[in-house]
Ligand binder design. Structure first.
Ligand code: RIB
Length: 307
């Protein structure tokens, strides 16, 4: 099997557990502070590494202690870091509050070096990653880099799984270049301007993206699972029951699970089910990458909870 490549962001996550999300101007006392490696790109790479597949991480870190620590953490997960570039900007940092009761989070991000990952920088490594079979991207690096990379991936005939997160509008050109687009309900609402609360609304909104040239839309619905919409069908794929303590990076883990299953030749609905399981398991411990499951862990959950 050809390696998989993640092109995207790397952040150090500063995480505080809070009893509730506070109001503007209010200070509240939280508990547990911890620092974790995160960033949507790095999270997807670690999830793939933990599933046991050969993974290359392409992105930009700073020449600082956070960058060095991140590189070490990726190597410990057997992720290939030889396409990580270094910038004079600081390694990206995210401040994350996790609600102790629900496991939901709020994130504020200082992207730093991630935004220095320009199309020119990307092109310096492209020839060394073009052999990869699947590419995963997100929106925490510059828009122009995402587009330049998507064009190259398209020309090379490889598969692109694009996570439009954090949400922002983007061109129909990019929509057409992604084989799989994986918004959550909020991102789908932003991309379409349509309501995305009920299943029917989600389906209709996703169908408009198909009408604009998208190929496969997989809407991530958190604990509820996912909605798969293609030109020929719409199908709800239910999620898994787990005790969630921190939902950070569940969406990133979902995308890694999807890529892993598709790369192993799974049929699309089964691949979405697999992705649901990887996403669910990731919510069972604090931190973006701490609870990313192994293949055995995912298999066990799939067997315990038959669809
Ligand atoms: O998707 C979760 C990630 O979003 C966190 O790890 C944080 O770094 C932000 O990029």
């Amino acid at each position: 099997m050809r390696p998989l490549c993640v092109i995207g962001s790397l952040n150090m996550d500063m995480v505080i557990s809070v009893p509730r999300f506070h109001a503007p101007g209010e200070s509240i006392i939280g508990s547990h502070f911890a620092v974790f490696t995160g960033g949507k790109g790095g999270n997807q790479a670690v999830a793939l590494g933990r599933l046991g597949v050969e993974t290359i991480m392409a992105g930009m870190i700073g020449k600082d202690a956070n960058g060095r620590a991140y590189q070490k953490a990726l190597m410990a997960e057997k992720v290939d870091v030889s396409r990580l570039l270094q910038s004079d900007e600081a390694t990206g940092v995210a401040f994350i509050e996790v609600n102790q009761k629900t496991g939901d989070n709020r994130i504020a991000l200082a992207p730093g070096a991630n935004m220095a990952f320009s199309p020119q920088a990307f092109l310096t490594i492209w020839e060394s990653i073009r052999h990869c079979g699947f590419f995963l991207m997100q929106f925490e690096i510059p828009d122009e880099t995402v587009l330049a990379a998507a064009e190259r991936i398209h020309e090379s005939g490889s598969i692109l799984i694009l996570d439009p997160a954090p949400a922002r509008p983007f061109s129909d050109e990019l929509l057409r270049l992604a084989h799989y687009l994986t918004p959550n309900e909020t991102e789908l609402n932003l991309l379409t301007g349509m309501p995305t609360v009920s299943e029917e609304e989600i389906m209709k909104a996703a169908q408009t993206l198909i009408g604009r040239g998208a190929h496969h839309i997989i809407v991530k619905l958190g604990a509820r699972g996912a909605m798969l919409v293609t030109e020929d069908m719409s199908r709800y794929v239910p999620g898994f029951m787990v005790s969630a303590v921190d939902t950070t990076a569940a969406g990133d883990a979902f995308n890694a699970g999807l890529a892993f299953a598709l790369a192993h030749g799974e049929e699309l609905i089964q691949a979405v089910r697999y992705a649901n399981a990887v996403g669910a398991l990731t919510t069972t411990a604090m931190g973006a990458q701490a609870a990313m499951p192994t293949q055995a862990g995912v298999r066990a959950l799939l067997q315990r909870q038959h669809a």
